[in-house]
Design a binder for this molecule. Structure first.
Ligand code: ZN
Length: 315
């Protein structure tokens, strides 16, 4: 069977990562070069084109075997016109990067927001491979995420939609970075987990969690590490899981996805995270026993999600 090949690019503020990807999602070659953001957009485009050329050479394939270049870009993107409407990381405004790159490489170029592209990668080739409708939440400093519907990335106008972390789950609750109160991000980010762990320690000087040394030593693991021997740690974990499961159930009711994926450092907890979330989702999901199940899984691709999702923009 004749294979098709793609160049996937993950454009970051410091490095441009690129890879030759085939239609099965295998990364055949990959490389990275400095972005040189400070030299301006025209130089960055030339650096991307140089990386594309070197990947083409390494692959030993002819250019005609490539469908095109897909690229994830940080910021607000008009994927229809290939324009970076605004990017804080790259200091660009209304920069028509896709047509500039096509002029240099001779290959069709498609771009999209990098976070959305990473979710597309997981949906096509990662933990949600073969699934049509996927919701993903990334639990980090904030709560990011994305939505794939019927195999296609949902972006909203100028890719400004799918801000899943900013759904309010507690009206007038904890202050969120976005200005509202009670967002999912204010309860389910690693930042929120650390905040609640410190609060529990400060309120309970007899908490076993003080064994770690002090408040500065708290990480997103602390409460999970002590939950079986310290009731205060258990309460922090239980509250964290309750709020996260509330958010997941809301998205499950709206999209009824084939799968919900979770990414970020907290996922290292594995079953200690997934099993209680799944149990609450099954209890609370609308018309649960009458509808299809919504499994919760941990994302798989990590650093490759960006490259594979970028290539998938052309599939
Ligand atoms: Zn918010």
């Amino acid at each position: 069977m004749a294979k098709k090949y793609y160049i996937g690019i993950d454009l970051g503020g410091t490095f441009i990562k690129g890879g030759v990807v085939d239609d099965t999602g295998a990364i055949l070659f990959q490389d990275k070069v400095p972005t040189e953001t400070e030299k301006g957009g025209e130089v960055v485009v030339q650096n991307i084109a140089g990386l594309v050329e070197s990947l083409l050479t390494k692959s030993g394939l002819s250019k005609s075997e490539f469908v095109g270049v897909g690229m994830g870009v940080p910021g607000m993107i008009d994927s229809k016109t290939g324009c970076v409407v605004y990017s804080n990381n790259l200091k660009w405004k209304d920069f028509y990067i896709a047509e500039k790159l096509t002029a240099l490489t001779g290959l069709p170029t498609k771009i999209a927001n990098d976070a959305n592209v990473a979710v597309l990668g997981e949906a096509k080739f990662g933990a949600a491979k073969g699934q049509e409708t996927v919701v993903m939440l990334t639990l980090g400093t904030g709560v990011g995420g994305g939505v794939v519907i019927d195999g296609k990335m949902f972006e909203g106008n100028k890719s400004a939609g799918a801000e899943l972390g900013h759904m309010v789950i507690v009206a007038n609750g904890e202050q969120c970075t976005c200005g509202r109160k009670g967002c999912l991000e204010a309860y389910s980010s690693a930042t929120a987990l650390i905040r609640e762990t410190r609060r529990a320690m400060e309120a309970h000087k007899d908490s076993k969690m003080w064994e770690i040394g002090g408040l500065d030593a708290v990480t997103g693991k602390t409460a999970f590490d002590y939950k079986s021997c310290d009731p205060y740690a258990k309460k922090v974990v239980d509250d964290y899981l309750f709020h996260l499961a509330t958010g997941i159930t809301n998205f499950a009711n709206i999209f009824r996805p084939d799968v919900v994926l979770l990414g970020g450092g907290v996922c290292a907890q594995g079953d200690a995270l997934i099993v209680p979330l799944q149990a609450q989702l099954e209890r609370e999901l609308y018309a649960n026993t009458l509808g299809p199940r919504v499994p919760i899984k941990v994302a798989q691709l990590e650093n490759s999600a960006g490259l594979l999702g970028a290539a998938a923009l052309l599939m």
